[in-house]
Design a protein around this ligand. Structure first.
Ligand SMILES: *Cc1c(COP(=O)(O)O)cnc(C)c1O
Length: 282
């Protein structure tokens, strides 16, 4: 693994593990002929479901928050190119998307057999997919870090850790205290128990989801980190190291989530990991 070097790390060593978590979350969610899911107009999850659908011959339906804007932004254009049917829910209805009323409406429209994945794709099957990640890391380490959006990735990584190691997630949302309950719920749904080897840092959200600051922006640009998730985690790791939160000699693996920066061919179009994401959203 590539080592991340910075004088502020002192005796702490940080290694970068590039790993696209979205396909892992979908791996055990694809045993259906037709999958419907939810997301914002720039959702990595929507894009990943559309791409997985195209690869595995599954019909996909993306329920997008807000109104349709034409031309489609690059994320939704790619989803459509992958064959995803896009449909829209106004913001008020979208807030109620997990209620039986809205779900019943969606089933009536798209078929009773449609499999419905939650926004962000975190469910028990997603946790089991992410739990396979630690087993693929051959090098030795003490702590593994990942960004936390909905918590499925952290829940899985922690569940898959060998004895004696711990997982540390960095929340990208503001006021994300609820995430501890979410990660615990997801582990319980997947395995019937909660592993005691993880925690969540709530102090490096930089204002909230998709928010940023000039300082974070400069940090992301300097290192070429994706801004919404990865830069916040990396900034947080450095800050904690500076505060002495890791014992000298600690080996940290930082999971660089998201697509590889080298474009890959999907649905006939190259996709890079900054594709279409607004750089500065308010
Ligand atoms: C979705 C996503 C995450 C967060 O994963 P959760 O399982 O929702 O916590 C982290 N990084 C990237 C790049 C993502 O797209």
């Amino acid at each position: 693994m590539e080592e991340f070097l910075d004088p502020a790390l002192g005796q702490v060593r940080v290694f970068l593990r590039h790993d696209d978590n979205k396909p892992r979350k979908l791996k055990y969610n694809l045993g259906h002929a037709r999958v419907l899911t939810f997301g914002g107009a720039y959702s990595n999850h929507i894009r990943a479901v559309a791409e997985a659908g195209a690869r595995h011959g599954i019909e996909t339906i993306g329920v997008i928050r807000g109104e349709e804007h034409l031309p489609l932004n690059p994320v939704l254009a790619r989803a459509a190119a992958c064959g995803m049917t896009l449909t829209y829910l106004d913001r008020a209805a979208y807030r109620r998307k997990d209620t039986e009323e809205v779900l019943a409406g969606l089933r009536a429209r798209w078929g009773e057999d449609v499999a419905i994945l939650p926004e962000g794709g975190s469910n028990a099957a997603a946790v089991r997919g992410c739990a396979e990640l630690p087993g693929e890391i051959e090098d030795d380490y003490d702590v593994i870090c990942c960004p936390v959006g909905t918590g499925g990735t952290l829940a899985g990584i922690a569940a898959g850790l060998p004895e004696g190691r711990r997982a540390l997630g960095f929340a990208v949302l503001k006021g994300a205290g609820f995430l501890e309950g979410e990660v615990a719920r997801l582990q319980r749904e997947a395995y019937g128990r909660v592993s005691g080897n993880w925690s969540i840092d709530l102090g490096h959200h930089f204002g909230g989801y998709a928010r940023t600051t000039p300082e974070l922006e400069a940090f992301a640009a300097r290192h070429g980190f994706e801004r919404i998730y990865v830069a916040k985690m990396m900034y947080g790791i450095l800050a904690l190291a500076r505060q002495g939160a890791f014992a000298p000699g600690t080996r940290v693996v930082a999971v660089i989530t998201g697509q590889p920066s080298t474009p890959v061919e999907v649905c006939g179009a190259p996709t890079g990991f900054d594709s279409g994401e607004p750089r500065w959203r308010r």
